[in-house]
Design a protein around this ligand. Structure first.
Ligand code: PLP
Length: 281
């Protein structure tokens, strides 16, 4: 198949899957999701992504109606059916279906499981990317991967209209993360990244980057940094399951980084190697 959609056991081409209007995703964005890329039909860091969606669901009181192993099998089966060596696997669990009402009492039956797999072009890890900064107007559940993404999609669109690749959020002067990735900087050979509090999503790519830094001997400081520190960093890059490690060379129209490519390249190359090993490439 070219792509595949899934809703509570129903499968078919994404464009043909229909969902009930009363699924609480439609009215409230009442659900959580996760996503990763699959290379060679192997979803990257699958275990971490599975664990994260169970954690996100628990944090908003949704009980996922299948065990982790069943979810893994179900999703792998979808990945296997798409004829492409490079796909995006997306899945979400919503609180379920019920007449609209803020309280949960109208929900009938179990939470809903949605998924899709579609071909994706992986980002060039050797490219250079441009960003804008945007005031972070999201709420305080950024550590939960919920499907409420309005401030993120608005910021991402602002970046696109400015001819850029990502929007870097800041709350006042503090840099948090990006519209759909984490952001890091390198200064004096040290990797700085925001701490995992309620202001950022604990990215799986971020987690693996930190493990790589430990392995290749790049010291890490999980500590908030400011917009001006970022503008004056030796290197800046953002990371996600689809952006991998994307080096930033311009922010708000001004050149940034470019002073410590060697340290960035050690992290990028180790990440590429890890990804290829995991996916049997
Ligand atoms: N931060 C936000 C807000 C995101 O939406 C994402 C990915 O979608 C990330 C960070 C990166 O997370 P991961 O590395 O797990 O893909």
């Amino acid at each position: 198949m070219q792509n595949i959609g899934y809703y509570n056991g129903k499968t078919g081409p994404i464009e043909e899957i229909t969902v009930p209007m009363n699924d609480r995703a439609c009215y409230f964005g009442d659900g959580v999701y996760d996503a990763t890329c699959a290379l060679n039909h192997v979803p990257m860091h699958f275990e971490d992504h599975l664990n994260r969606i169970y954690r996100s669901a628990k944090m908003i009181g949704i009980e996922i109606p299948m065990e982790k192993e069943e979810m893994r099998r179900t999703l792998q089966n979808l990945v296997d059916q798409v004829e492409s060596d490079s796909t995006m696997l997306y899945w979400q669990v919503t609180r379920g279906v019920g007449m609209r009402g803020h309280d949960f009492s109208s929900v009938q039956g179990a939470p809903s499981v949605w998924a899709f797999v579609k071909p994706v072009q992986m980002r060039d890890p050797y490219g250079s990317y441009r960003c804008i900064t945007v005031e972070d107007k999201r709420y305080y559940f950024c550590n939960i991967k919920t499907i409420n993404l309005l401030p993120a999609v608005l910021a991402n669109e602002e970046a696109r209209l400015a001819g850029c690749d990502e929007a870097i959020f800041h709350r006042g002067d503090r840099v948090t993360e990006c519209s759909h990735s984490n952001v890091h900087m390198i200064r004096n050979g040290v990797l700085y990244t925001a701490p995992c509090d309620e202001l950022i999503l604990p990215g799986i790519t971020r987690k693996h980057i930190l493990a790589i830094c430990e392995r290749v001997g790049v010291p890490v400081l999980e500590k908030p940094f400011t917009v001006s520190e970022m503008m004056d960093a030796d290197e800046v890059f953002f990371s996600s399951s689809s952006a991998l490690t994307s080096r930033v060379t311009e922010i708000d129209g001004k050149p940034v980084g470019g002073r410590d490519e060697a340290t960035f390249a050690r992290i990028r190359d180790a990440y590429q190697e890890e990804m290829k090993r995991e996916c049997g490439l």
